[in-house]
Design a binder for this molecule. Structure first.
Ligand SMILES: O=C(O)C(=O)C[C@H](O)C(=O)CO
Ligand code: ZN
Length: 279
């Protein structure tokens, strides 16, 4: 099966040698929601697969050839967040309805995963996918955005007033290594994840969404003392290796899906970076 792009792991010493296109080629994931098929990127950073699908008619999740498995979740677990109109995900025949910002977890051993839109033609579902290797099977579970208690962070004065919703984590939907949630900015707040951090034990990816099409996110990455920026459009994702900070601001309001995988699931296991340390 085509459409699984392989990206090799990168070393922070490579960053000074990368121009704009080089940076984007390694870390930005564009074109995530082609109509009618699944697009995915296999990152060798913690072997995460980042993907998307916007089904007009039912679309099955393929077992991409490079995975060398009978079906996608044979050795993997999968987090799914709907960033579009209403949709349905069928996992081994059981139907789950996902509204905008809802999340479904499908554990290792889930064989048949099929995506459908259930709203009007002009408002298809867009399912964002984040998958990581899994050593055990955990039950498939749905988390509805409206039923999830968020944690308010930041402040209006800091232009980073936001609510963080955790879906897949040690005290929520159980998984092997995936930790995933959504952060929503309050109107007038532009900065996410300030002060910023790295986490040596995990790779993270952000998918920015609910950003008006004519606006952009300025996403900052790199070692804290050697940052670089990537300009990100709505519904594009950015890969953040373990050595990289990941934060940014929007030219308009937005939300983002954050998802991590690696050595541990302790959400607070971060190396905080004080603002004056940034270069
Ligand atoms: O708003 C935030 O702050 C975040 O969403 C931070 C991410 O969850 C993160 O980077 C966790 O490591
Ligand atoms: Zn982080």
């Amino acid at each position: 099966m085509k459409n699984l792009e392989i990206r090799h792991a990168t070393h922070p010493d490579q960053l000074p040698g990368l121009d704009t296109e080089g940076l984007r080629g390694h870390y930005l994931v564009e074109g995530l929601f082609p109509p009618g098929e699944v697009r995915a990127v296999y990152s060798h950073h913690d072997r995460t697969v980042i993907g998307g699908v916007s089904p007009r008619t039912p679309v099955a999740l393929p077992a991409f050839d490079p995975l060398r498995s009978e079906y996608f979740c044979e050795r993997r677990e999968l987090g799914i967040v709907n960033v579009g109109g209403p949709g349905i995900v069928r996992v081994d025949g059981t139907e789950y309805e996902l509204a905008h910002r809802d999340c479904l977890y499908a554990g290792r051993g889930s064989r048949d995963i099929v995506f459908e839109s259930s709203g009007p033609d002009g408002d298809p579902a867009r399912f964002y996918l984040m998958s990581t290797p899994a050593h055990a099977g955990h039950p498939t579970r749905l988390a509805r955005h409206k039923d999830t208690m968020g944690v308010r962070l930041g402040s209006a004065e800091g232009s980073n007033d936001r609510t963080l919703y955790k879906y897949i984590h040690a005290d929520g939907i159980r998984s092997c290594q995936l930790v995933l949630g959504v952060t929503v900015l309050e109107p007038g707040s532009m900065w996410n994840t300030m002060p910023c951090h790295t986490h040596d034990r995990r790779t993270e990816a952000y998918l920015y969404f609910d950003l008006p099409p004519e606006h952009r996110i300025v996403h900052l990455m790199g070692r804290p003392d050697q940052t670089r920026n990537i300009i990100v459009a709505n519904e594009q994702a950015v890969i953040s290796p373990s050595w990289s900070v990941h934060f940014g601001f929007g030219t308009a309001g937005y939300a983002f899906v954050w998802a991590m995988a690696g050595e541990n699931q302790a959400f607070d296991d971060m190396n905080h970076v004080a603002i004056p340390e940034l270069r």
